[in-house]
Design a protein around this ligand. Sequence first.
Ligand code: B12
Ligand code: SF4
Length: 633
Amino acid sequence: MLEEYSATRSAPRAWTLSDFLARQFPKGRIERVLLVNPPDGEADLFRIETARRRRYPNYPPYGLAVLAANLRRKGVAVRIVNLNHLVLKAANRCTDEAAFDFDAVWQRELEAAIADFAPDLVGVTCMFTMTHPSLKRVCEHAAGHDVPVAIGGVHVTNDVDRVLDDIPAAHFAFLREADRAFGLFVDAVAGEIDTDRLGQLVVNDANCGERVRLFGEAQPAAGDLDILPAHDLIAIEELSEVGVIGNFHGFKPRGTRFATSLSNRGCRAQCTFCSVRSFNGKSVRQRSVENVLDELQHLKEVHGVGHITWLDDDLLKDHARAIALFDGMVARGLDLTWDATNGVIAASCTEEVVAAMAASGCIALNIGMESGNPEILKQVKKPGTVNNFLKAAEVLRRFEEIHARVFLMLGFPGETLGQINDTINVARAMDLDWCGITILQPLPNTPIYDSMVAQGLIEPVGSKNTRFNSGGYGKQDQVDMGLRLASQNFEEAFRAIAMDAVPSATELDDIWFFMNYHLNFHRLFGETRPAKIRQQLMNLGALSDVISPEHGFALYFTGFLQHRLGGTIDPAIIERLERRLAGSPYWADRFQAFGLSVDDLKEADFRNKEIPRLLPGALPQDHRQFEDTVLAP
Ligand code: B12
Ligand code: SF4
């Protein structure tokens, strides 16, 4: 079905899709496609010293590798140019930091690829709203070489009209999963199928103000997913040398090759702050276990990969299948380690599933919890109850080899301090290894975004104005830069806010900081298990060396845990901390507020560091009445 839905027409009505395709592809065929992964951000936000610490994410452009494999099946020649990786690689190799020119690097690489490969079409991906400015610049640069440009990915899908309004250089926008839709397009250009068969596509002829949307459905079915992505096109060997993949890079020796894999698509849940359901559709479509295992084996044997980060949104949806996959890894002797950075659903963390995970090489995972307050959980449709979280934690605590973290979120509409207090108390009762705490950032094409815009709580995101502010460097960077200098101690910060009050944005920042300290760092005074102490030392090492250089708490607790594990503290750690405190009023202030001192390390005296009670109250009393919100595994 074809529908015209936007036309500020300056051209006569003679416009037809077939004519437009014929103009864009004068050969009447698409034989060569160049797929492009733009840099993750823009020049003014890029810091070369951060890149040289290998801190920026450098994920394989997995979606492009999947598209490439599908196109190759049709005999199309494909090349992938990963500009994000090429910028990081150049930054790591450059000998004159001051002269490093971010834009010149990616523009040179893109131009060289277009000149050398002579594509019939350039396809650019964009996953994040925050990457919009980078997508725009890459599209404009490519279109300047007189080649048609197609775009696709989550961000393009979520906001297609505004994206195309802002990027007239893009001729085609593919929506949602394009494994089949892109192939159909290639067939239509070649005249092998009628254009009526096209779907999930918006065609944009900015020259004459025509834009048409093809509403046909071309979502790949489960069987379409059994394909090995074109890993040969994405330089897997180089990626983790110059950037990070997943949350747990610090847990593997330097030099370990990381890669990603996607074993199924979609998620059983429909959390209101997440766009997975609107992008991937309802529930989960699975690749066959054998096909996934073939991919892992290929990554290991051909590309020397040692660690996998799953891209799945709901890796454990089907327990029997998940166990078959993990058992298959053992049966094939893959000897890989893996993590679930994206998070797994707590209700699926049963003893049987977690045992299979541990046996197949799982070293770390995140559990999506977000809130410990039953009403908030129900309001945001989180697939879990307080009981699920506590039970999952009980299981995970038995598998000490798995470093288990919890995702928490603050700042839901109308969320009171009392409700945040429930989150804190449930997280403490779970007693897992770390909490990743974020403040809600409503993003387009999610129910929470639509309702907050409708209630006037937020302005619609202007794609044009969005900044890359939540990626690589994250929140601790803002802290390091001194953007949050509240000096109250924990109790005072909260005393000022009534339990039934909704904290302001500034108060949320304070709450974030104090939760981060107490749930993550201070808790370590109570850690006695050697396996966990070793994991935490790797975790803190990554924090103070890669993520947030010379992070005061990370250095202090490294010293503390070294002492607890081996009875001594590396003098270099004490020196680094001393230097940090002397040179940073910010950290000196924080240490005073939390009763920490470098002398504790020098004297190896950690008495009186008992774990404080965070806020009054225990687990939310009424959580059982909300048990019906749990989703079947
Ligand atoms: C893995 C992942 C990450 C990884 C990075 C992945 C990467 N760079 O490759 C990490 C951990 C770094 C990450 C970080 C974040 N993420 Co994330 N992430 C994902 C996740 C779970 C999977 C993505 C994936 O690999 N999918 C698999 C591949 C096969 O799909 P694909 O790339 O989309 O490609 C397909 C189609 O899009 C299309 N396509 C793609 N490109 C093109 C190009 C052309 C030309 C064509 C024709 C088609 C096409 O065809 C492909 C095959 O079907 C998604 C959820 C999801 N299901 O999409 C969230 C998701 C993308 N992330 C999200 C969010 C919110 C974040 C964070 C902001 C979280 C945070 N608070 O920090 C950060 C942002 C980081 C930043 N740079 O700013 C949101 C994005 C919302 C938005 N509007 O931006 C998502 C959708 C999840 C959600 N909660 O809604 N994320
Ligand atoms: S469980 Fe995770 S992936 Fe699934 S809908 Fe909720 S936030 Fe999205």
